[in-house]
Design a binder for this molecule. Structure first.
Ligand SMILES: [Cu+2]
Length: 205
């Protein structure tokens, strides 16, 4: 059986912040210019006929890639996550609900509102969004993905069921706009629903 073909060296590029090389004398000169990143290409030796050597090389490349991923994660460059919120006629929290109704996310993550049941949408609420974030509103019965660009709390309502308490709260990082969000008035059951959600956001810290 033919051994697996490793990807060409040109595809194995890892971007590592310059400060990782601060202790290396040969990069001291480039450090002075404050270049933001330094590119490292993993050297891939030319094809060796022996299967055993090829397997070894493939394993080695795999280990280097894994180490780079772990390093990036440790440095806080983890891949942005997507959080799913389903729009339901009936869920654990009662009738007409977002599920889950509260999400703790990180800045840069995305949230996708999934129209599991019909007749719902998801929209932002004036005064319940971090400064600099974009207002959003999806269409009824349509999936909507929102990027959490700014840190803070994002209040969400379903337009037809706002008064029935169909609301959700997303925290991207810390709830820096908690007081502002608490000051917003809501119709019907949404007021109590948000009081509970805002308490969860405060407790999550
Ligand atoms: Cu709804």
């Amino acid at each position: 059986m033919a051994p697996p073909t490793p990807p060409p060296a040109s595809e194995l590029r890892i971007t590592v912040p310059q400060r990782f090389h601060a202790s290396r004398p040969e990069t001291a000169n480039s450090l002075r210019y404050r270049k933001p990143v330094r590119r490292i290409a993993i050297y891939s030796p030319p094809d060796i006929g022996c299967h055993e050597h090829q397997r070894e090389r493939t394993t080695m490349i795999g280990r280097i890639a894994l180490a780079a991923t772990m390093m990036a994660t440790a440095m806080g460059f983890a891949q942005a996550a997507d959080h799913e919120i389903r729009m339901l006629n009936k869920g654990a929290g009662g009738f007409m609900v977002f599920e889950p109704a509260f999400i703790q996310a990180a800045v840069g993550d995305t949230v996708t509102f999934v129209p599991t049941d019909k007749s719902h949408d998801a929209g932002s609420i004036t005064g319940m969004a971090p400064a600099g974030s974009m207002p959003f509103r999806g269409k009824i019965n349509e999936k909507l993905t929102v990027k959490l660009d700014a840190e803070g709390l994002y209040g969400v309502k379903c337009t037809p069921h706002y008064g029935m308490g169909m609301v959700a709260l997303i925290a991207a990082g810390k709830p820096v706009n908690l007081d502002e969000a608490r000051a917003v008035k809501h119709p019907g059951k949404a007021q109590k629903a948000f009081e509970a959600l805002l308490a969860r956001a405060a407790a999550a810290q």
